[in-house]
Ligand binder design. Structure first.
Ligand code: G6P
Length: 604
C-alpha cells in the first residue's frame, strides 16, 4: 500500500526522501513523487512505475542548505496509476501526501468545484490541499487552516502537508493509518508511514496515535491529540534491523499478514458501506443488467474464495453461479453465453491461466469483472470492470489476507446484487451491512487463541493425512485450510464436504488420520456434528473448531459466540491459518517461501 516519507533539516534532502521511499518499496506501489521547499521555492517530481524513474527525473535536482520535503509511493485506489494521480498533490502554493481514504471526499470536492477550484487528479487526496487553501483564506495562520481542514475530513489518513505560507514547517495528521516522527543527533526531523525509512537516520522515534495532528519546525515538534490538547512526543529506541522492521516484529511475513487482516479488511470496506447498502463507486450501475448467470474463474486460494462467493450469490442474490478452475476451463471448450457475467479473481492479476480465461470470455463477448489486489495488473487492464481488494502487498507465498479481502468483496458484491435483483429486503441488507462492519473485529488475533493453537500444533506433526471438513461455505474454507497446511507444512491434507466423507474417505479413518472439523453454531451445526461423530466412531483423531463444546473431539479450539455464521467463517479462517503456520514452524520449514511454490505463476 502507499508509503509516506518527510524530512526537515540541512542534509541532502533528495537522497533522504528517495532512500526513504526505497525502504517502503516492499509495500508495493505503482507511482511515486516528492516535493521539496528550499529557499522559498517548490520543486516537485513525479513518476509512474519503479523508483528508478523518479530518480532519473531528479538527476539534476540539488538543494542548498535548509529544506523541507515530503515524498510518497502510491498504490492506486481512487484513480489509475498515472503521474497526475501520483502524490504529492498541489494546490496553489502547498503540497500534500496522504495514505488512507478520505470517505467524504466526493462531498468536499463538489463544494470546492462549485467555488471554482480546478482538480487535476481523480484522487480523494487532492481535496485535502484545496480544502486547506480554502481555509487559509480566512484563517489567522497556516496551522489554524490545517487544523480546520483535519476536522473536516472523514475516513482514514496519514497526512503530511507543506506550504509556502510557512516554509519552515511540516504539518502532519494521523487517523487510522500509521505514521511516526524521528529525530537525529543534529535535531533534524524525519517522518514515515513505517519505521524502516528511519533506520540508520534516527535512533529515537515517536509513533503518533489516532487523532494526533500538529507541526514540526527546526526547533520543535508540536502535537495535539484528537480533543485539541497538546501532548509530548513519546520517544522510543528504534531497531537497527531493517528486515525485522519490515516484519514489524513478527517471525514471518505470513504471521504479520494474518495479524494484519483486521486492518486490511477495514481498508476493503472503506467508503463502500452506507448505513443500509453497499456502494461500489467503481462499478457502472448497468453491470448486472441482462445477466442471468455468474461464472467465477480462478486458481489456488482465489478459486476457494470464488467457491465461497457462489454460495453467497445464490443464497442472497438468487442468481445462478458456476465456479471454474482456470487451467481446466481454458481447454474444455466451454459454452459461454452473453447473459453471463464472467468474474475472474486473482491476488496478483497476472496468473497465466486465469488471464487466459479472461481473454476467452472477452473474445466471446461476455461482460467481465476482475476482483484483484494489484491495480494496473494485466487482468485489471483487460477486464471491463475492476474491484480492488486493498489487501496491500502480500509477501508470504501462502495467501492469507488476500483471501480474506476477496471474501469480503464477494460478500459486499452479493449484497449489492441482492439490492439490484430485489432478492433481499432493505432491512435484511442493512443487517448484513452491520455484520460486515464487524468483520475486522472477528479476525483480530487474540493472544490466548494464538497460544492455544501454538501448544496444540505439536500433536499434529505426523500422521498419514489431514481432512479439513465443513459444510456449505465452510466447505471452501476447509479446502483453503487444507491448502494452507499442505503448502507450508508439506503434510498431506485434503478439504472435504463433511457429508461426503462416508462416500469413500472414511475408509482411511484411524487414530493417525487427523480430522479438522469446522463446526459453526449458525450453519448446519447438527448435520456437521453427526458427520464428525461418524469419524470419531472410527477412531479418527478429531480437532473440532467451534464455539460449542464437542465431547467426541480429541482436541477442541473454542471460537467466540458470534451473531452470524459469516462472522464465524472469518474467525475460523484465522484459526486454520494459524494452525498451519504453527505446524510449519515446528517442522522447521520456511514459512514464507515454501519449497516448489511461487507467489505469482505467470506460466501455464
Ligand atoms: C499461486 C500462489 C497461490 C495463489 C495462486 C493464484 O499458486 O502460490 O497462493 O492462490 O497462485 O494466484 P492469484 O494471484 O491469481 O490469486
Amino acid at each position: 500500500m502507499c508509503g509516506i516519507v518527510g524530512y526537515l533539516g540541512e542534509k541532502n534532502i533528495k537522497e533522504i526522501l528517495l532512500e526513504g521511499l526505497k525502504e517502503l518499496e516492499y509495500r508495493g506501489y505503482d507511482s511515486a513523487g516528492i516535493a521539496v521547499l528550499n529557499n522559498g521555492e517548490f520543486s516537485n517530481f513525479k513518476a509512474v512505475g519503479k523508483l528508478i524513474n523518479l530518480e532519473e527525473k531528479t538527476k539534476n535536482f540539488t538543494t542548498d542548505g535548509f529544506a523541507i520535503g515530503i515524498g510518497h509511493t502510491r498504490w492506486a485506489t481512487h484513480g489509475k496509476p498515472t503521474e497526475l494521480n501520483a502524490h504529492p498533490h498541489l494546490g496553489e502554493s502547498s503540497y500534500v501526501v496522504h495514505n488512507g481514504i478520505i470517505e467524504n471526499y466526493a462531498e468536499l470536492k463538489k463544494e470546492l468545484i462549485a467555488e471554482g477550484v480546478t482538480f487535476l487528479s481523480q484522487t480523494d487526496t487532492e481535496v485535502i490541499v484545496h480544502q486547506f487553501e480554502k481555509n487559509l483564506k480566512s484563517a489567522k495562520n497556516a496551522f489554524e487552516a490545517f487544523e480546520k481542514t483535519i476536522k473536516e475530513l472523514e475516513g482514514a489518513y496519514a497526512i503530511l502537508l507543506v506550504t509556502k505560507e510557512e516554509d519552515g514547517t511540516i504539518f502532519f495528521a494521523k487517523n487510522g493509518s500509521p505514521m511516526l516522527v524521528g529525530i537525529d543527533s543534529d535535531g533534524d526531523k524525519y517522518f514515515a508511514s513505517s519505521d524502516t525509512p528511519l533506520i540508520g537516520h534516527c535512533s529515537d522515534v515517536s509513533y503518533f496515535d489516532d487523532g494526533d495532528y500538529g507541526y514540526v519546525t527546526k526547533e520543535s515538534i508540536t502535537i495535539f491529540d484528537k480533543d485539541g490538547h497538546t501532548k509530548q512526543p513519546r520517544f522510543q529506541k528504534l531497531s537497527t534491523n531493517k528486515l525485522s522492521a519490515q516484519k514489524d516484529g513478527y517471525r514471518f511475513f505470513m504471521e504479520k499478514e494474518i495479524y494484519e487482516q483486521s486492518d486490511v479488511i477495514t481498508d476493503t470496506l472503506l467508503g463502500r458501506l452506507s448505513h443500509d447498502e453497499v456502494v461500489f463507486e467503481e462499478l457502472e450501475s448497468s453491470l448486472f443488467d441482462n445477466i442471468n448467470e455468474i461464472k467465477f474463474c480462478a486458481c489456488g486460494t482465489s478459486y476457494h474464495s470464488a467457491l465461497v462467493a457462489s454460495y453467497m450469490f445464490e443464497r442472497y442474490a438468487k442468481i445462478k453461479t458456476s465456479v471454474e478452475v482456470a487451467s481446466e476451463f481454458r481447454y474444455r471448450e466451454p459454452i459461454m453465453t452473453k447473459d453471463t457475467l464472467f468474474i475472474v479473481i486473482s491476488q496478483s492479476g497476472e496468473t497465466a491461466d486465469t488471464l487466459e480465461t479472461l481473454k476467452m470470455a472477452k473474445a466471446a463477448g461476455l461482460k467481465t469483472l476482475v476482483v484483484c489486489n494489484v491495480d494496473n495488473s494485466s487482468m485489471v487492464r483487460l477486464a471491463d470492470a475492476t474491484i480492488l481488494t486493498r489487501a496491500g502487498v502480500e509477501k508470504g507465498v501462502a495467501s492469507t489476507k488476500a483471501f480474506a479481502t476477496q471474501v469480503v468483496v464477494f460478500w459486499m458484491l452479493s449484497l449489492y446484487l441482492s439490492k439490484h435483483n430485489s432478492t433481499l429486503s432493505t432491512e435484511e441488507i442493512a443487517q448484513q451491512v452491520q455484520l460486515l462492519r464487524e468483520v475486522p473485529a472477528s479476525v483480530k488475533v487474540e493472544d490466548a487463541m494464538h497460544e492455544r493453537i501454538k501448544r496444540l500444533s505439536k500433536r499434529y506433526l505426523h500422521g498419514h493425512g489431514f481432512f479439513f471438513i465443513g459444510r456449505d461455505l465452510f466447505y471452501p474454507l476447509a479446502l483453503e485450510g487444507a491448502l494452507k497446511l499442505k503448502e507450508i507444512s508439506y503434510l498431506h491434507a485434503e478439504g472435504y464436504p463433511s457429508g461426503e466423507m462416508k462416500h469413500g474417505p472414511i475408509a482411511l479413518a484411524d487414530p493417525e488420520l487427523f480430522t479438522i472439523a469446522l463446526l459453526p453454531e449458525h450453519l448446519l451445526y447438527e448435520k456437521s456434528k453427526s458427520n464428525v461423530e461418524e469419524l470419531s466412531a472410527r477412531d479418527s483423531t478429531i480437532c473440532a473448531i467451534s464455539p460449542l463444546e464437542f465431547d467426541k473431539a480429541d482436541d477442541y479450539i473454542q471460537t467466540k459466540k458470534q451473531k452470524s455464521y459469516m462472522l464465524e467463517f472469518f474467525e475460523m479462517m484465522v484459526v486454520v491459518q494459524l494452525l498451519s503456520l504453527e505446524i510449519s514452524v515446528r517442522l522447521g520449514n520456511d514459512v514464507d517461501m515454501p519449497r516448489n511454490l511461487a507467489k505469482s505463476v505467470t506460466v501455464e
